[in-house]
Design a protein around this ligand. Structure first.
Ligand SMILES: Nc1ncnc2c1ncn2[C@@H]1O[C@H](COP(=O)(O)OP(=O)(O)O)[C@@H](O)[C@H]1O
Ligand SMILES: [Mg+2]
Length: 242
């Protein structure tokens, strides 16, 4: 199976501060993989290291068998990697259209138009809000816009950090269904989720992080139904060390 992402022995953090300890993780072509784990265990940091936003200390990151360890974000985007951050993922003072155009910086205008068309098809709600300020969108609409913006560059691998956080149950389902459907367009997905059950229900596999390490990995099915793993779920919404 072709691995879109293969991470081995990853150590990283912020400057000299180490947060992640020897992470091994992979995403196969067409997979939906979910990372879960308590607050503060390093899930967001992991995605940021992968996207070149914070320090990789050690280990290897391969994208489609090319070593991209330590690459800059813009080069990763050109390779087809995209990322939707957990917070501040839209520019509130810009219109929806302007936000989408920001996602297409450096692309040909024909590619940007195609990207915007794709987003409108996926999220019709966005289509009718093109000239509204992003600040005026609901939480769910903002998340749709953030995902749409990440998709403008036509990625083949998308990472999302807690895409359903603070959304109503209806939007949680809708957003996860949309993310799931990206696979039909050949996009492989790595999601960090606090709504573990909801995300795992759509995932092929999952990883459980704790204190900067992978403490369990397996099929989503196993994580959802193995009673031994249930204890991790119970602690999921409490901070590390509490
Ligand atoms: N910019 C930063 N500088 C230094 N430490 C940080 C920074 N951001 C997060 N951390 C620390 O990194 C650890 C992991 O945080 P994070 O990756 O956000 O966890 P999670 O996403 O699993 O909740 C926490 O101890 C947090 O305090
Ligand atoms: Mg986080």
């Amino acid at each position: 199976m072709n691995k879109v992402l293969e991470v081995t022995g990853l150590e990283g953090g912020y400057g000299n501060v180490q947060i992640l300890y020897g992470i091994d993780l992979h995403v196969d072509q067409g997979e939906f993989v979910t990372i879960i784990g308590p607050n503060g265990c390093g899930k967001s940091t992991f995605l940021k290291v992968l996207f070149g936003l914070t320090t990789l200390h050690n280990g290897a990151v391969l994208h489609n068998a090319t070593d991209v360890s330590g690459w800059r974000t813009d080069k990763l985007v050109k390779r087809g990697i995209a990322y939707v951050p957990q917070v501040d993922n839209v520019f509130p003072s810009l219109s929806v259209k302007e936000n989408l155009l920001m996602g297409g910086l450096g692309l040909k205008s024909s590619e940007v138009s195609r990207g915007i068309e794709r987003s409108c098809k996926m999220f019709p709600d966005i289509k009718y809000r093109m000239n509204d300020l992003a600040a005026s969108l609901s939480g769910g609409e903002r998340q749709m816009l953030a995902i749409s913006r990440a998709l403008i560059s036509n990625p083949s691998f998308l990472m999302l950090d807690e895409p359903t956080a603070a959304l109503s149950p209806r939007y949680q389902q809708e957003i996860l269904a949309n993310i799931d459907s990206l696979r039909n367009d050949g996009i492989s997905v790595l999601v960090v989720e606090q709504n573990a059950r909801l995300s795992l229900a759509r995932s092929d596999r999952g990883y459980i992080f704790s204190s900067g390490e992978v403490v369990y990995s397996g099929s989503a099915e196993n994580i959802l139904h193995d009673p031994k793993i249930g204890e991790y779920f119970l602690g999921l919404n409490t901070a590390e060390g509490e």
